[in-house]
Design a protein around this ligand. Structure first.
Ligand code: PGA
Length: 248
């Protein structure tokens, strides 16, 4: 049985003070919320201050990192620093990183390897643009991202990580993929993992859907065979709303 994982990607939202209020409120709201894993991914500045508050049911994740341990990389944050700040998870290759910060499958691959080297669990994001979907290229695009992103990793590593399928046209648009369409791509990703790493690995790896997830659509998405969780942007910013998603 794969453990459900609901993660909130706050993007560039919330000051330290706001983050701490959010986490205390969420902790109260989800008290005894069952066996799903709950992760919040605040901006870098709020990670360390949130460390103490996230010792219980809520886990801490970062939204990005560099792959080197240290060095002359102005403006970057290393996996070692995230580990020290209390992170267990790190989002890698979010479409906004790929779109606005020139991340590639090769940098995603470097970052995944670095995450494992520092005992962080990566959440690798993949997904197609609207033009790619309309051209019928969804599987080709996603397969390429999965193959290149996971290149050189072991089956054991891949089994322990999380993959988030996030169609770019559904992110922040209010336009969710239908649960059947989302599940079809998640199942395709799992078959791709079977081919690359074997069925033991593909049965264990957790695959999230992301893109306009909200309290109204989470239950249907979570009812699907190959969707093991959600990566939530906009609807993760308010504790009451995110708590409803966590308690789907
Ligand atoms: P959204 O963002 O829920 O606001 O669509 C999801 C994401 O970018 O991870």
């Amino acid at each position: 049985m794969r453990k459900p994982i609901l993660a909130g990607n706050w993007k560039m939202h919330k000051t330290v003070a706001e983050a701490l209020v959010f986490i205390s409120e969420l902790s109260k709201l989800i008290d005894g919320a069952g066996n799903a894993e709950v992760v919040v991914c605040p901006p870098f500045t709020a990670l360390y201050p949130a460390k103490e508050l996230t010792k219980g049911a809520i886990k801490l994740g970062a939204q990005n990192m560099h792959w080197e341990k240290q060095g002359a990389f102005t403006g970057e944050v290393s996996p070692l620093m995230l580990k020290e700040a209390g992170c267990e998870y790190v989002i890698i290759g979010h479409s906004e990183r790929r779109q606005f910060f020139a991340e590639t499958d090769a940098s995603v691959n470097n970052k995944l390897k670095a995450a494992f080297a520092y005992d962080l669990t990566p959440i690798m994001c993949v997904g197609e643009t609207l033009a790619e979907r309309e051209a019928g290229d969804t599987e080709t695009v996603v397969e390429g991202q999965v193959k290149q992103g996971l290149s050189g990793l072991t089956a054991k590593q891949v089994a322990a990580m999380v993959i988030a399928y996030e169609p770019i046209w559904a992110i922040g648009t209010g336009r969710t993929a239908s649960s059947d369409d989302a599940n079809a791509v998640c199942a395709f990703i799992r078959r791709t993992i079977t081919t690359l790493f074997g069925s033991g690995c593909s049965e264990a790896v957790r695959i999230q859907y992301g893109g306009s997830v909200k309290p109204e659509n989470i239950s249907e998405l979570m009812g699907k065979s190959d969707i093991d969780g959600a990566l939530v942007g906009g609807a993760s910013l308010e504790p009451g709303t995110f708590a409803k998603i966590v308690k789907y």
